[in-house]
Ligand binder design. Structure first.
Ligand SMILES: *Cc1c(COP(=O)(O)O)cnc(C)c1O
Length: 360
């Protein structure tokens, strides 16, 4: 190819982040400063193995490919951009997980202060490393998570600080772009859309996205939505808050979801349901997805555990298109991956011995 022809060749333009890619669908205008880490544009990976097991066409939306390793970045780009537009110099959240990791990164990008309130003594190393490395101000509160969130709320009411927990409406607005991307990639909406449920904002936001695309005629019809809570933390399924939620899937260990009603509405309006899956099934799904080359968080695997559950119950039409959202990256909590592995064999410095051990 001559240099001249190379110059005129049309190149795919780089992904610009969810605000620029979906500007017309989001509450921004020309004066909104866009704080982005080029989030979104995550892979939609066809799963041959899960398709074969279920008789459906199964795709995995790998949200672990976002800049901080979870879908939280979709909402955070908008929440932080709107906070800057409103003149904020400080944002605050109560979290020990992916929300604080994302808030810390976007606040760093914007050059503002991010305060993270956590329950005293409950600071886990994994996701907290992200929060700390981006320079967030970590503060321990004498009390549980609910107490920390209450302090964050009151702080944001009384002082010039913006709350970026999922009660911030811009979070859900940004998160709905996952539904847009799925439709844009498939050229239509899937028949079923399956997602883990914790605070329940994500499933609510996805329904918002599908409903908006349907209303605008961008898709003919919306998918049926199924949300999956962990059995030990299933307040929506049980119909009442759970005082001491317990599950290995920490990102969905929520006893009283903030977006409870929105999630129930999303499931009902779409003809779907919120169900639960056991920790054992979550762990099995986690391992299964990993064997297909995608390393997802335990919580993320609830959508695949849920797929296997409703498929075995005969609740999916054959050949239907199904999307399971894998909400976060498995590298955030490597312990479960390492715990399952045995000790490697110790061999002499000899290729033949290695070949023998491999059965070559
Ligand atoms: C936040 C989170 C969830 C739960 O999402 P909700 O909107 O709270 O229902 C699930 N998985 C991961 C990895 C998360 O970070």
């Amino acid at each position: 190819m001559t240099p001249q022809r190379a110059a005129t060749r049309t190149r795919p333009r780089p992904w610009r982040g969810v605000i620029e890619e979906y500007r017309d669908w989001l509450p921004v205008d020309a004066s909104t400063p866009v704080v982005t880490l080029a989030e979104g544009g995550t892979p939609l990976v066809h799963s041959e193995a899960l398709s074969q097991t279920t008789g459906c066409e199964v795709y995995l939306k790998f949200e672990g490919a976002n800049p901080t390793g979870s879908f939280k970045d979709r909402g955070m780009t908008l929440a932080i951009s709107k906070a800057i537009e409103a003149g904020a110099r400080v944002v605050v959240c109560a979290s020990t997980g992916n929300t604080s990791a994302s808030a810390a990164a976007y606040a760093a990008k914007a050059g503002i202060v991010c305060a993270v309130l956590v329950p005293a003594g409950k600071v886990a190393a994994g996701k907290m490393a992200q929060t700390l490395v981006h320079g967030a101000r970590l503060l321990e509160v004498d009390g549980n998570f609910d107490a920390a969130l209450e302090v964050a709320r009151v702080l944001a009411e009384r002082y010039p600080a913006v709350l970026v927990n999922s009660v911030n409406p811009y979070r859900l607005q940004g998160q709905k772009t996952a539904a847009f991307e799925i439709c844009d990639a498939l050229g239509r909406a899937p028949d079923y859309h399956l997602t883990p449920v914790g605070n329940a904002g994500n499933i609510a936001s996805h329904w918002m996205g599908y409903a908006e695309y349907a209303a605008a005629g961008a898709i003919e019809r919306s998918p049926v939505l199924f949300g999956f809570q962990a059995a030990g933390a299933a307040p929506i399924v049980e119909g009442h808050p759970v005082a001491n939620p317990s599950t290995i899937a920490t990102a969905i260990r929520i006893g009283n979801p903030a977006s409870w009603e929105l999630a129930e509405k999303a499931a009902a309006e779409s003809g779907g349901q919120i169900l639960s899956v056991t920790d054992r099934d979550i762990l099995a799904a986690y391992r299964r997805v990993a064997r297909e080359g995608l390393f997802a968080e335990l919580a993320s695997s609830a959508s695949v555990a849920g797929l296997l559950r409703i498929s075995s119950e005969g609740r999916l039409e054959t050949h239907a298109t199904v999307v399971c959202v894998l909400t976060g990256h498995g590298l955030k909590e490597p312990d479960w991956a390492i715990a399952g592995a045995g000790t490697p064999p110790r061999l002499p410095v000899d290729a033949d011995a290695v070949a023998a051990a491999l059965g070559l």
